[in-house]
Design a binder for this molecule. Structure first.
Ligand SMILES: C[S@@+](CC[C@H](N)C(=O)[O-])C[C@H]1O[C@@H](n2cnc3c(N)ncnc32)[C@H](O)[C@@H]1O
Length: 390
């Protein structure tokens, strides 16, 4: 495919996404229909689509329309590229620009230029203070690829060597002792032997750092209460010989966990909601709660535009309910960790402060946050300890 044909494909996919289709689904069905597209074409089209979704407001403003064409026109103007070189109408290129499209709109300003919804900007800037603009700018760009080295399978150096042999270059990431950042060859990962053998897992360095904060020790009984795909379950299993249990309100989300655990040489017991109460209490409960995802909007940019004030309030209610339930599942003297991939105080410190204010048995042992402008996803963890009985 020519570069212009790739942009035309992105325009068509973006129109479907703007009509309500999830981006991954629209990309998959385009891929099925487009047997002629090679792996480089698919990767380039995907990049165009995700760039447009990360920069939806500013690119729509620069392109004069919230449509596939508007977004791609805006992206070209943002990159300082002449749109007439792409919108030629030749071959599979987008049709030439209309008179209206040629009109240069006023440049976006404020939250529009930063690609943050207007209603959210006050809370976003209050949460990040002087760093708010820098964080918003980082969310407009592609996320780095991070790996967690499964130390049950090998050392960081061994993993780097194995990956180099397969054309994947990495460097250690300072956020976590097990973290590598991929600097070259990321697209080869899914087929790499080091990945198939469970020596490395795809996981953001801040996710790994959250698990490093947990006081895990051999013999502990541990519950990952919002386990999802189990990324943090596996990171915990690699840290100590624990009795690991995983639960999720939506058990389907854990369907690949047994296979992932086997690949990582870890053992995990999946628990239904009824079984959780019967099996507890646990020495340590991690709740990696559902949240706005503002810290990972680079990877999942649709979430940035889907979030509404009501949606955020509903998430906060779910978060405080989970905190209370998870607290009841923690043994006296035990630990409860509350984590989000959000950078909003309303989902982080404020939730934890409210919980502590209402729960005299609990105290805050540690609290840390990671921000996108420091090279990881945005993350937050609070480690809370429950008073011993009597
Ligand atoms: C942020 S994701 C977890 C990601 C996962 N820990 C990981 O590292 O890959 C949050 C999870 O919480 C689950 N969830 C939502 N409401 C819940 C509830 N009330 N109780 C338990 N899990 C819940 C969701 O289904 C979702 O899988």
């Amino acid at each position: 495919m020519t570069p212009a044909a790739r942009l035309q494909a992105a325009i068509e996919i973006l129109d479907q996404v703007l009509a309500g289709e999830p981006a991954e689904k629209a990309l998959t069905s385009w891929g099925r229909r487009s047997r002629f597209a090679g792996s480089k074409d698919r990767a380039a089209v995907r990049d165009h689509v995700f760039t447009a979704l990360r920069c939806l407001r500013s690119h729509a403003a620069l392109g004069g329309a919230r449509s596939g064409r508007g977004l791609i026109l805006g992206a070209l103007r943002d990159a300082g590229q002449d749109p007439d070189e792409v919108f030629t109408g030749q071959g599979h290129a987008p049709a030439p620009l209309t008179g209206a499209e040629r009109q240069l709109p006023p440049p976006p300003e404020g939250a529009e230029a930063l690609d943050i919804p207007d209603w959210l900007w006050p809370a976003f800037s209050a949460s990040l203070g002087a760093e708010a603009e820098a964080a918003a700018q980082v969310l407009r760009r592609r996320a780095p690829v991070h790996l967690r080295v499964n130390t049950a399978r090998g050392t960081l150096e061994q993993a780097q060597e194995a990956l180099t042999a397969e054309g994947i270059a990495t460097r250690p990431h300072p956020a976590a002792a097990t973290a590598l950042e991929v600097t070259e060859g990321a697209r080869k990962l899914r087929t790499a032997k080091a990945y198939a053998d469970g020596l490395v897992e795809l996981q953001d360095a801040a996710s790994q750092a959250v698990v490093e904060q947990l006081p895990l020790a051999d013999g502990m009984s541990v519950l990952d209460y919002c386990a999802g795909g189990g990324g943090k379950s596996l990171a915990m299993a690699a840290r100590a010989r624990i009795r690991l249990h995983a639960h999720d309100a939506d058990p389907k989300r854990m369907k690949d966990l047994p296979e992932r655990a086997a690949r990582a040489a870890a053992s995990v017991t999946l628990l239904s909601s009824a079984e959780v109460a019967r099996t507890g209490p646990f020495d340590l409960v991690l709740c990696d709660v559902p949240c706005s995802g503002s810290g990972s909007w680079r990877r999942a940019p649709e979430g940035k535009w889907r979030l509404t004030p009501e949606g955020l309030r509903a998430l906060q209610e779910t978060q405080s309910e989970i905190l209370r339930t998870a607290a009841g599942l923690t043994a006296p003297g035990g630990t409860l960790a509350y984590a989000t991939c959000s950078m909003l105080q309303a989902e982080n410190t404020q939730q934890v402060q409210t919980f502590i204010g209402e729960s005299p048995e609990w105290s805050l042992a540690a609290e840390q946050s990671w921000q996108v402008q420091d090279g990881t996803d945005g993350f937050y963890v609070a480690v809370l300890t429950r008073a011993k009985a009597g």
